[in-house]
Design a protein around this ligand. Structure first.
Ligand code: ATP
Length: 202
């Protein structure tokens, strides 16, 4: 693709709903979470580096990364968290752009939950923010997952704020209303991005 659009938003803002709609329109969607998981699959160099750093017990019996163990290790140790981010973030950035550029559609959506937090807006041509009020995020996540209000609230408070996200947005999808209000907004942006993609062909 000649145009890379970064899609982001807070937990439960509706990113998945929106990216599914773009995918239905034939747009390639590259998911940073899936890509990050693939980078530490058995046999991948990054997994070997993690094993060397943390020891064999960071893998489960089948040789897969024990994510919970790793999360606990880096949660209590900023230095190790830093080491891990330094390993994975450049690989994720590199792979996101590579897959985005190789994508067959006129433009590609890079779905990156922590785009603002990790300043990945620099990687993309445009940033699209799915916006929802914290009250809506809270309600929807509690409805979807079996989690407490406090748990979701804590995640929201550790993520970028609504204001911070909107400040770097080129485009915004308002998801404070009904689900039926998403499709027309996606359609309109799709047409805009197709036009922009044509212009950006060199
Ligand atoms: P996460 O960051 O947790 O992955 P997300 O940003 O991908 O979340 P979705 O999974 O798309 O968000 O939406 C969160 C939940 O809220 C889902 O169950 C979804 O069906 C529901 N939802 C999204 N938008 C609306 C809406 N406008 N009205 C009602 N429910 C909605």
């Amino acid at each position: 693709s000649h145009l890379l659009v970064g899609l982001t938003g807070g937990i439960g803002s509706g990113k998945t709903r929106v990216s599914d709609m773009f995918a239905k329109l034939g747009v390639s969607v590259i998911d940073a979470d899936i890509l990050a998981r693939d980078l530490v699959a058995p046999g991948m160099p990054a997994l070997r580096a993690i094993e060397e750093k943390f020891g064999k017990h960071i893998l489960d019996n089948s040789g897969m990364l024990n994510r919970r163990e790793l999360r606990e290790k880096v949660f209590s140790d900023p230095e190790q968290k830093h080491w891990l981010d330094n390993l994975l973030h450049p690989l994720i950035r590199q792979e996101l752009v590579k897959q985005g550029k190789e994508a067959p559609s006129e433009y590609a959506i890079l779905a990156v939950p922590l785009l603002v937090e990790n300043q990945l807006n620099k990687l993309v041509d445009r940033t699209l923010v799915v916006d929802a009020e914290p009250q809506q995020q809270l309600k929807r996540v509690i409805n979807r997952d079996d989690v407490s209000e406090e748990h979701v609230q804590s995640i929201i408070s550790h993520q970028a704020s609504r204001t911070e996200r909107l400040a770097i947005a080129d485009d915004v999808i308002d998801n404070n209303g009904e689900l039926s209000q998403l499709q027309p907004q996606v359609q309109k942006l799709h047409e805009k991005y197709l036009k922009l993609a044509k212009i950006s062909v060199k």
